[in-house]
Ligand binder design. Structure first.
Ligand code: SF4
Ligand code: SF4
Length: 95
């Protein structure tokens, strides 16, 4: 096997999304869904800050964390970063 590195002409073309992420509904990727626990939640907003899709928002009127499942891709970062253990990742359809 050759150990020589390939040049840019030798590697296959990659793909790029042609739309902005606001038009590309990443919720289709999800197999696990975040389930929020209002009792445990301290409203620290870590989930809002860390979500790579901007899919978690705080509703000021109801004081609830709201998940946009059109864009939540089920990565689990919010659950991992939540210091209060207030988000559980549950298999889609089993929540
Ligand atoms: S990270 Fe956890 S405790 Fe903080 S707002 Fe989100 S769900 Fe609530
Ligand atoms: S699972 Fe991932 S995409 Fe969905 S709300 Fe949590 S951090 Fe955002």
């Amino acid at each position: 096997m050759s150990t020589q590195k390939k040049g840019w002409k030798d590697i296959p073309l990659g793909g790029a999304c042609w739309k902005s992420s606001t038009e590309y509904k990443t919720g289709d990727w999800r197999s696990y869904k975040p389930v929020w626990n209002t009792e445990k939640c301290t409203r620290c907003m870590f989930c809002h800050i860390y979500c790579p899709e901007g899919a978690v928002k705080h509703n000021v009127e109801t004081n609830e964390m709201v998940f946009d499942f059109d864009f939540c891709k089920g990565c689990g970062i919010c659950a991992n970063e939540c210091p209060a253990d207030a988000i559980e990742m549950v298999l889609e359809g089993k929540e």
